[in-house]
Design a protein around this ligand. Structure first.
Ligand SMILES: [Zn+2]
Length: 342
């Protein structure tokens, strides 16, 4: 009997037992990746040609493009390129990430998969990479849309006395990074962006990105949105949370899932990688109505061209900080020395 997937009873899940029966080894997982990545036949990742020679004598690259002569495998041009982990391990990691609504810690992956915590951490970030959207291709929502912000990071009051000194006089949000989000009521889709510090420009630019002249907008009374057109706000300060259809409960329930992941699973999301964690929660929300296998297939499709070497992953810090317009990261977030700046 098909098992319901997590979150939604009508969708078809895959049990762990079934997962291992279907993918008992790397060969079975490789066959699945091949079918899902190239449903119309193996194509060259460099030039797209279908004129491909199979069963080459190359040690790790079983295919060769007859047009551009490039050797490749199912991993080439994907996050698993040059990974030493087996494809079965990759598939299990993808499965765990798509079925665990509050995320999977690298400690759990390390224990469950029998790999070091460092490679589990690297693996998890590359799995998140499969979920990354190209923001420039995002379409405008039909609406109405709800917009809100959340703050992610530890509390200053629960730090040790010596660390608390760094934050003295900088307010309760000094150690937190702001994340802006919109939720479209008609499609139930969510879009998230890490903005670092809340500024009117950052919030408005983000929200306006997802609407046109007909889309209605619901927010709380935050000043940033005040004079925007087709906009209604509820007054949280006056204990008003819902007025007819005007409320932000949808985006707020998304924040509560992200925060439960922060508190219960990850305990810490460093600012430089926060956008990846946000992507993870956003993607899981947006595909929660699909069957588990369908979710895994979407990840394979999204993985095309997403290569993330370890050096690039740890180097990212400085760029992420630059993205956060005007935001001054606390001292401990600035520890990472980057080899090259871009
Ligand atoms: Zn080619």
């Amino acid at each position: 009997m098909p098992q319901p997937g997590p979150g939604r009873s009508h969708r078809q899940g895959i049990t762990l037992k079934k997962l291992f029966k279907r993918f008992p080894d790397n060969a079975a997982a490789e066959k699945w990746f091949l079918e899902k990545r190239w449903p119309n036949g193996i194509a060259c990742p460099r030039c797209g040609s279908l004129n491909v020679l199979t069963k080459t004598k190359h040690k790790n690259m079983p295919y060769q493009c007859r047009d551009c002569r490039k050797f490749f495998s199912v991993r080439t041009g994907m996050p698993m390129q040059s990974s030493k982990l087996g494809l079965q391990t990759w598939l299990i990691a993808m499965y765990l990430h798509s079925t665990s609504l509050k995320g999977v810690s690298s400690m759990k992956l390390h224990r469950d998969l029998g790999i070091t915590q460092k490679s589990a951490w690297f693996l998890a970030h590359r799995v998140r990479e499969m979920w990354r959207r190209d923001e420039t291709k995002d379409e405008v929502f039909v609406g109405p849309i709800e917009a809100d912000e959340a703050f992610i990071g530890g509390k200053v009051k629960s730090m040790s006395a010596s660390r608390r000194k760094q934050f003295k006089g900088r307010g309760p949000f000094a150690n937190k990074a702001a994340v802006a989000g919109v939720k479209d009521r008609s499609s139930n889709q969510v879009r998230i962006r890490v903005i670092g510090t809340v500024t009117s420009e950052a919030l408005r630019e983000f929200v306006e990105r997802y609407r046109n002249e007909r889309t209605r907008l619901f927010t709380d009374e935050a000043a940033a949105y005040e004079d925007l057109k087709r906009h209604d706000a509820v007054k949280h300060s006056a204990k008003e949370y819902v007025r007819d259809e005007i409320h932000t409960n949808g985006i707020e329930s998304f924040w509560s899932m992200l925060k439960r992941g922060y508190i219960g699973t990850y305990h810490r999301m460093s600012f430089e990688h926060l956008f990846r964690y946000a992507t993870e929660f956003e993607a899981r929300h947006n595909c929660r109505d699909f069957d588990t296998e369908q979710q895994l297939i979407l990840m394979v499709r999204g993985a095309e061209g997403q290569v993330l070497p370890y050096a690039k992953l740890v180097e990212y810090g400085e760029r992420a900080v630059k993205i956060a317009l005007g935001w001054k990261p606390p001292v401990h977030w600035r520890h990472r020395k980057t080899a090259k700046s871009d």
